[in-house]
Design a protein around this ligand. Structure first.
Ligand SMILES: [Zn+2]
Ligand SMILES: [Zn+2]
Length: 391
């Protein structure tokens, strides 16, 4: 393993160049055509069987060795964000208003570096599926790939994915059992009343007053219905109603962001929001419509697979560079849907801390993936493959 890590470090320059090349050519969700072509060409040149078209621009590279029935999946994401880059890097985005501000360029490069090393080191027994997915940033590329039969065409006993984490020392690994990232739902509430003259409120049914009361009542769900030891967020981010001081509007609209770290809490939030809004509206003589759009589900890491992934890191970098059970995050991630189908684990690799450039948070115009991670991240994937598909 040490040998492989050293070997990877020596030839990692190739993958730093590749990462920077992907960085200069960012592509939005489901438009990752250039990236997808590049990933395909590399995988094919190293002898992988490549399956394209899952989820549009998704790519799966498969390598089979020996006679074992064991099947492993590793996933990287390929999409960029609609942000104007401000890093000033030589390899900065060449596309106006688009940039790799979440490090998916680095995730792709790390997995490709591992893919090459694995193809050239024959010591594994089983089937390896490398999954390059489109549209992680809100587009649900993981779901689109699964809808197109990802795990039917490429069954996996376990799946793993890695995301870089600014604020954590470079090359440091973070694991977590159970719920690790939040679900995220979008809710639109339309309150239909009867408009009228501001001077004659008794001749109208005022949706604005009902909406105001509903905003306040919604605050009681987290404080009075959710177990105080659980995490939940109900944010009313927008309230639109009316245009003039002397007109009672016919409609008020609320926009909510709803998050939870437990699928049951998520269900409770939905049930309570719907019940409370309906009853409140009725009490004001108006009618409410609740449109619920499900975003990503809670990302739940499986215990056995997380323990496995954690042990690989301990063996590779030692306990001083591994956080065994880190805190959950309120962000969301569509790898959660893969983990609903196949057991596995989602882990973090530090992008840099303190005053280092790598400490800049993702989704910031000044963010950049830390190239120092490519050797460590790729070595980690190689070690995981060798351990999971051990001869
Ligand atoms: Zn992101
Ligand atoms: Zn990301």
């Amino acid at each position: 393993m040490t040998y492989l890590r050293d070997a990877l470090t020596e030839r990692v320059g190739e993958f730093i160049q590749l990462r920077r090349d992907i960085h200069s050519h960012p592509e939005l969700a489901f438009e990752e055509h250039r990236t997808s072509d590049l990933v395909t060409a590399k995988l094919q040149s190293w002898g992988y069987q490549v399956h394209r078209g899952l989820g549009g621009t998704g790519v799966v590279g498969t390598l089979k060795r020996g006679g074992s029935e064991r099947k492993l999946g590793i996933r990287a994401d390929m999409d960029a964000l609609p942000i104007q880059e401000a890093t000033g890097a030589e390899w900065a985005s060449t596309r106006q208003g688009l940039m790799h501000a979440c490090g998916h360029d680095g995730h792709t490069a790390m997995l490709l570096a591992a893919a090459k090393a694995i193809a050239q080191a024959p010591e594994f027994d089983g089937t390896l599926n490398l999954i390059f997915q489109p549209a992680e940033e809100g587009g649900g590329g993981a779901v689109r790939m699964m809808d197109d039969g990802l795990f039917e065409h490429h069954p996996c006993d376990a799946v793993f994915a890695m995301h870089n984490m600014p604020g954590t020392p470079v090359g440091h690994f973070v694991f977590r059992d159970g719920a690790a990232m939040a679900s995220s739902d979008y809710v639109t509430i339309r309150i239909h009343g009867t408009g009228g003259h501001g001077a004659m409120p008794h001749r109208a049914a005022d949706p604005l007053v009902a909406a105001s009361s509903i905003v306040m009542a919604l605050q009681t769900i987290v404080s009075r219905n959710v177990d105080p030891l659980h995490t939940a967020v109900v944010t009313v981010g927008a309230l639109h109603a009316g245009q003039a001081n002397n007109v009672i509007p016919a409609l008020a609209t609320l926009e909510l962001s709803v998050r939870a770290l437990d699928p049951q809490v998520r269900q409770l939030l939905e049930q309570r929001i719907k019940a409370l809004v309906t009853a409140q509206a009725e009490s004001f003589g108006v009618r409410a419509e609740v449109a619920w759009r499900q975003g990503y589900c809670v990302l739940v890491n499986h215990t056995a697979q997380t323990e496995f992934a954690r042990q690989v890191a301990l063996d590779l970098v030692g306990p001083e560079r591994v956080t065994l059970n880190g805190p959950p995050l309120t962000g969301s991630e569509d790898f959660a849907f893969m983990l609903e189908k196949v057991p596995g684990s989602y882990l973090l690799i530090g992008n840099g801390d303190g005053d280092s450039a790598g400490a800049c948070m993702v989704h910031n115009p000044a963010y950049d993936f830390n190239d120092e991670n490519i050797a460590t991240g790729a070595s980690y994937w190689v070690a995981l493959v060798q351990a999971y598909l051990a001869v």
